[in-house]
Design a protein around this ligand. Sequence first.
Ligand SMILES: [Zn+2]
Length: 482
Amino acid sequence: MSREGVTPQSEDFSAWYNDVVVQSLLVDRGPVRGTMVIRPYGYRIWELIQADLDAKIKDAGHENACFPLFIPESYLKREAEHVEGFSPELAVVTVAGGKQLEEPLVVRPTSETVIGEYMAKWIDSHRDLPLLLNQWANVVRWEMRPRMFLRTTEFLWQEGHTAHADEEDAMRETLWALDAYEKVARDLAAMPVVPGEKTPGERFAGAVRTYTIEGMMRDGRALQAGTSHYLGTNFAKAFEIDYQDENGDLTLAHTTSWGMSTRMIGGVIMTHGDDKGLVLPPRLAPYQVVIVPLGRKEQAEVTAAKAHEVAAELKAAGVRVHVDDKRPHLSPGFKFNDWEMRGVPVRLELGLRDIDGGVVTLARRLPTVEGQGKEQIPFGEIAARVPEILEDFHAFLLRRAEEFRDAHTAEVDTWEAFTEQVAEGWALALHCGTTACEDEIKAETAATPRCIPTAGEPAEGTCVKCDAPSAYGKRVIFSKSY
Ligand SMILES: [Zn+2]
């Protein structure tokens, strides 16, 4: 086994990313352009995201269901904006069972239409509302410029779909999902995302309002890490999702949809990674601790036996731990670099001298305070100390990412300052709110409005680009994005 080494971030961020995802054994390229094979190390990260988010979804009263992969093409055509938005990305089946199909089938790009059809069937009266559904699924959106995890033709996600009696209840739901995503990002991924609303030009196809959480990657670009949509009665009209209200009148339901996908893993990689490779936040690390027993032959037997003893203690303390004792042909130095490249938060080294001294040597993936190096921990304290060190490491990553984001974000009021700021990070600018002006900004700088931050201070003035009066009553985050 040999590894070529990772291209430094500063040299070429995109080459760094491609090296890291493959060399750290997260993914392999799929046989069809734009597809990916998620390897066990990468899939475990997804399972950890999934377990936490699924519990949140269920706690809030939603139920999981599973709808078909194939959707009749006519369903997509019922909501005009929806079909227009998704048409360029659709994969369509026209032949099946050796015959031309009478009606082409779309491989789901998202499931509002098919779920809408069944909501209409299942909802009769106000007593059937709210209807709170979620599904964990794969979806297909044909991708011209694929990037592992970030843009792949097929990806995994959850999609929540709910129906409500009125706008107020549907909006409460829309914002509940946004808050759940923010918590997953901060509490699991140590990503200090900014929640906010999308501008009309950036809305989901068919939505009345779209909300997003945006994270800053280490190259200063933004990543949309989860979205939540208030669909108004657009899909209710198209699919006849209506109910008898308390007065017996037929009323349209208000629907929502919201999704978080395997793209989050790309966000984790680009929020925390460095020139050595991945840096995994402990709550998403498949192995939070790796123990490397040192020595050769008989010595190795002694240190490996002790390593498994320590591993059992850590496991009992709820720590995900792996003992690297199956690769005797590799040097300790190679193993240390390998686990650093794969982003393991804490490494324990165990030699005969450590055992004699009654200690284990601990090394963090990154020092959480300046100048911090390896430290020795007495055997009796390992099970108590390691979980604390992992908690500290999470807090450190979150703080570091917050500081990085704040250092690369600035309010700008002139076009010159705007172009300079979006070259390296996020610009907080006043904007007129027209899609035509957004398009001009994108054509000149590649930056787009990421969101109108929920927590933004009131601000008014003139558009940073066209001098027309500003919209939204606050500044908008503009940035290049993934
Ligand atoms: Zn403008």
